[in-house]
Design a protein around this ligand. Structure first.
Ligand SMILES: NC(=O)c1ccc[n+]([C@@H]2O[C@H](COP(=O)([O-])OP(=O)(O)OC[C@H]3O[C@@H](n4cnc5c(N)ncnc54)[C@H](O)[C@@H]3O)[C@@H](O)[C@H]2O)c1
Ligand SMILES: O=P(O)(O)OC[C@@H](O)[C@@H](O)[C@H](O)[C@H](O)CO
Length: 383
């Protein structure tokens, strides 16, 4: 069994690659980072170090590596003979990997089983987004795309920080992980991945993960950044930050319980478990990594505006989420291109235009006036 995995970064090596390896797949990593691909190509194995109360080390071998920019024909051959393609490149990169996936599917021998494609990104229905891009590149001469490939949405959860320099290909991760995959597109032939959980209704799981883990995480990052703290664990050790994060998760918990019918007690236990994960002092995770790409995080269906808008539509003012959004508007890490763009947008546009552009909210949405006020406050601080 062979899997081609796009993105040999933190989650690629530390989670998806590991679980596919443990499931018995030979993994072919495809990445644009030349030095990383060379290192992987020259290595026989690397280790995933789980840190926390019960540390463990897992070795990964039986992998190869392809540079997706300079070795396209090799990559096509790999996809043509693979069972699975996965990605962990970032939601905005899916459009760039889609054309080669489309060509690889077209190059598969007639009669091959459909390629099983899963995007493992933090975004609602990321695989649907990837499928749209693959379909846009698909040459109809290759037949019906739906006969040649199966696309399944997934939710992936494991905190994998940026890795310390000098540790080579090894990856430090938390012990917890969860990979939930929509079973329904596969019919009678789901892939066999013992570390993953297959479900019939993925929607609630994706929202629960994004609006609990990622909303809470990003809140800790932006509140922590504003408090001048560097690590997520330091932010969570600050009583005021911890209380603000807890309040945010109280609001998303209410939405998830009301909307999806999750049991309130079980959702509270899920929240507590996640707060514990954020406080893990063994994990060198930073507010800058977790707060990265604030324009993506503040977009319409993402971790802040998504739940806040739904709460507002239900007649609730999401005060804690609004406080987190106010902090996000203050994130100005000069090394983060989206943070720089966000601050530039706030400086150069009128408040209503900036609110619309950043959040995608229309001016008649019930949340719009509250966010507009936060944008105005941030703009007056920038003058
Ligand atoms: N790190 C985490 O804790 C975590 C957890 C769950 C989900 N995710 C999601 O996984 C995805 C990747 O995150 P990450 O933290 O591993 O990021 P990362 O930056 O460590 O890894 C991304 C990798 O993708 C590669 N890449 C970029 N463009 C590419 C292209 N066109 N083709 C092939 N490779 C390309 C980069 O070179 C990099 O190695 C994101 O969507 C993120 O939200 C991350
Ligand atoms: O990857 P992002 O930028 O969407 O979000 C940053 C972190 O919250 C994220 O990577 C978490 O560590 C991960 O989603 C945990 O499962």
């Amino acid at each position: 069994m062979k899997a081609v995995h796009f993105g040999a970064g933190n989650i690629g090596r530390g989670f998806v690659g590991l679980l596919l390896h443990q499931a018995g797949y030979e993994v072919v990593f495809a990445d644009v980072a030349d030095a990383l691909i060379s290192e992987l190509a020259g290595a026989e194995n690397y280790c995933v170090h789980e840190v926390g109360e019960h540390p463990a080390v897992h070795a990964v071998d039986n992998f190869r590596a392809v540079n997706s920019t300079t070795e396209e024909s090799r990559l096509l051959e790999e996809i043509a003979s693979a069972d699975i393609v996965t990605t962990a490149v970032g939601p905005h990169i899916l459009k760039f990997v889609a054309p080669v996936i489309a060509k690889g599917i077209a190059a598969r021998a007639g009669g091959s089983a459909p390629l099983q494609v899963m995007a493992c990104e933090n975004a609602i229905n990321a695989t649907d987004i990837l499928r749209e891009f693959v379909a846009a590149s698909w040459d109809e001469a290759g037949g019906d795309l739906a006969d040649r490939a199966v696309f399944a949405n997934t939710a992936v959860d494991r905190i994998v920080p940026n890795q310390e320099p000098g540790q080579g290909l090894d990856v430090t991760v938390e012990t917890f992980y969860e990979w939930v995959i929509d079973r329904t597109p596969f019919g009678n032939n789901p892939p066999v991945i013992p570390g993953a959980m297959f479900v019939d209704r993925l929607g609630p799981y994706i929202e629960r993960k994004l609006f609990t883990v990622n909303t809470g995480h990003a809140s800790a990052a932006y509140f922590g950044y504003q408090a001048g703290l560097e690590k997520i664990s330091e932010a969570m050790a600050d009583p005021s930050v911890a209380a603000d994060v807890r309040a945010v998760l109280g609001e998303t918990k209410q939405l998830l319980v009301d909307k999806h019918g999750f049991d309130e007690g079980e959702q509270e236990a899920y929240v507590q478990k996640i707060l514990g994960r954020f406080t893990n002092p063994h994990l060198p995770d930073t507010v800058n990594r977790v707060g990265r790409a604030p324009l993506r995080k503040l977009s319409r269906n993402e971790r802040f505006i998504g739940p806040a808008a739904e709460l507002a539509e239900r007649g609730t003012t999401p005060s804690a989420l609004l406080k987190a959004i106010a902090s996000a508007l203050r994130f100005d890490d000069p090394a983060d291109a989206e943070a720089v763009e966000l601050q530039k947008l706030l400086r150069s546009s009128g408040a209503a235009e900036a609110t619309q552009q950043i959040t995608g909210l229309s001016s008649d949405h019930p949340l719009f006036p509250d966010v507009l006020k936060l944008v105005e406050e941030r703009q007056s601080a920038l003058v």
